[in-house]
Write a protein that binds this ligand. Structure first.
Ligand SMILES: NC(=O)c1ccc[n+]([C@@H]2O[C@H](COP(=O)([O-])OP(=O)(O)OC[C@H]3O[C@@H](n4cnc5c(N)ncnc54)[C@H](OP(=O)(O)O)[C@@H]3O)[C@@H](O)[C@H]2O)c1
Length: 257
């Protein structure tokens, strides 16, 4: 069995790669960090293939797909992504468009192309990494939350199409709350609540994906929060989310004092 894992150089993607390797899977790993990719190849052995790519660039996304062509991939893990903190009128437009290209465009392209391949052979698993943010409005991280809403909605829609087709292809969307990775360093915030480990997130996600489950939300509190958000008024959710994101920034500022 062979999987392509994007964002394999760090955090959740790295843990997914280690977990799949332990389960005996062959791997194709991608990210921009060439040194880390080489270390992973050395660690996992010669069967592991690596392809460095910046997924903000559509040509590089296609490079990754072309690299995988004819390699009989059984699982696509769309994990690469990041967040940008700040008021919408203050965040840098180029940074934001770059983020949307990674979080949305790259995932969209790879999902479509692999889905076609998987449907042609009537087997395959897609694991899309969204976030609990994908069920909510996210002031101070507005476009990140919006991008993860896209991932959740796209995945749910594809799942229904697959169900109607009686397809053996499955799609799972991972929606974690805080996970202890490099995510915060890049977003410029600190967690205000205790994060789960990337190893736990990876194990949870893969167990759900292998059982063909659609939504994977690790952690009881996060799960409860997502369910509650379905019933709470939208304005209340926005106010709560603003406070959560604001407290992360306060925690980060304290660290630097
Ligand atoms: N940590 C959390 O609290 C949390 C919660 C919910 C969801 N998530 C989601 O989990 C996923 C993984 O994030 P993480 O928490 O594991 O953060 P991380 O440790 O920062 O890892 C992010 C990964 O994405 C890759 N990546 C980022 N920009 C890229 C680009 N332009 N081209 C190619 N690869 C790129 C990075 O690889 P290179 O640096 O090598 O390019 C890295 O491997 C993201 O989609 C994130 O939104 C995270």
């Amino acid at each position: 069995m062979k999987a392509l894992v994007t964002g394999a150089t760090s955090g959740i993607g790295r843990s997914i790669a280690f977990n799949l390797h332990r389960r005996g899977w062959d791997l194709i790993l991608t990210g921009r960090n060439t040194e880390e990719l080489k270390k992973l190849k050395k660690r996992f052995g010669e069967d592991t293939e690596i392809v460095a790519a910046d997924l903000a660039d559509r040509d590089e996304v296609m490079k990754v797909y072309d690299f995988c062509r004819g390699k009989d991939i059984d699982m696509l893990v769309n994990n690469a992504g990041y967040g940008l903190f700040g008021k919408f009128d203050e965040t840098d437009l180029d940074d934001e468009l770059n983020m949307l290209s990674v979080n949305i465009n790259a995932l969209h392209i790879l999902t479509k192309l692999f889905l076609r391949d998987f449907k042609a052979k009537d087997s395959g698993i897609i694991l899309n990494v969204a976030s609990s943010a994908g069920f909510m409005t996210g002031p101070l991280l507005s476009s990140y939350y919006a991008s993860k809403n896209y991932v959740v909605r796209l995945s749910l829609a594809i799942a229904e199409e697959l169900r109607r087709d009686k397809s053996n292809v499955s799609i799972t969307v991972l929606c974690p709350g805080p996970v202890d990775t490099h995510f915060n360093d890049r977003a410029g915030v600190s967690f205000s609540v205790k994060p789960i480990s990337p190893q736990y997130a990876a194990e949870f996600a893969l167990n759900k994906a292998f059982r063909g489950k659609l939504i994977a939300i690790p952690g009881l509190m996060v799960h409860a929060g997502v369910i509650a958000s379905n019933f709470a008024p939208e304005k209340l959710i926005s106010a709560v989310t603003y406070n959560i994101q604001h407290s992360k920034k306060v925690a980060e500022d304290k660290k630097h004092r």
